[in-house]
Design a protein around this ligand. Structure first.
Ligand code: SAM
Length: 198
């Protein structure tokens, strides 16, 4: 397996080898934001944001959104997206698994970062979510339930996700979202809260 560090991801962007790039936000996220106008608008971090479509979806819904990515070319792509008046969307170069966050966020939104990292780093990923999130924050994840062990992307199961996250969060809701056509039925959204663990 290649070493999945910043050089690996930067090379994928430089080679334009980015099949994950769909030119639009996660359909599951779009629907979530549309059916929850009641949510208090706050701050959100989108780790592994790539070209930033999900960051801008949160910002369009009124959140103050920061996308972070380990690959400079991803940040450049995100920053080159057409300006939209009044949008509170920013991007920064960070290693989500290792870096101290510039601030802690009310939401962390996962979409194809968990499946992109080396599965041996999943404990660090969970610690990253806990570090970047406020103590009473929400963690919303579009999880990719594929069997693949030769990633990225690497698969996971609902069982693994429960084992990893339920010690730290309460599960508020779970559902199979609308997806990009090639992922239909393979995604599971989990909405976790730390509120009850204060
Ligand atoms: C499969 S891509 C998904 C990009 C974006 N979420 C999307 O769905 O279009 C995985 C992204 O995670 C980034 N990444 C990988 N490891 C990371 C880390 N430790 N911290 C932050 N970003 C990381 C990669 O550079 C890449 O942009």
């Amino acid at each position: 397996m290649p070493i999945l560090n910043e050089h690996y991801w930067e090379a994928r962007y430089q080679a334009r080898d980015m099949p994950w790039e769909k030119g639009e936000p996660s359909p599951g996220l779009v629907d979530f934001l549309a059916v929850h106008p009641e949510l208090k608008r706050g701050t959100v971090c989108v780790p592994g944001c790539g070209a930033g479509h999900d960051v801008r979806a949160w910002a369009r819904a009124g959140f103050e959104a920061l996308g972070c990515d380990i690959a400079p070319s991803a940040i450049q792509l995100a920053e080159e997206s057409p300006a939209e008046a009044g949008l509170k969307a920013r991007y920064a170069l960070h290693d989500f698994l290792k870096d101290k966050p510039p601030a802690r966020f009310e939401w962390v939104f996962e979409h194809t970062l968990f499946c992109a990292i080396d599965p041996r780093d999943r404990d660090d990923y969970v610690q990253g979510v806990l570090r970047w999130l406020k103590p009473d924050g929400n963690y919303l994840a579009v999880n990719y339930l594929i069997p693949d062990q030769d990633g990225p992307p690497f698969g996971t199961t609902r069982d693994e996700l429960m084992k990893r996250f339920s010690p730290h969060f309460d599960l508020l809701n779970e559902w199979v979202p609308r997806s990009y056509p090639n992922r239909t039925g393979l995604e599971l959204m989990l909405w976790w809260s730390r509120q009850g663990r204060l």
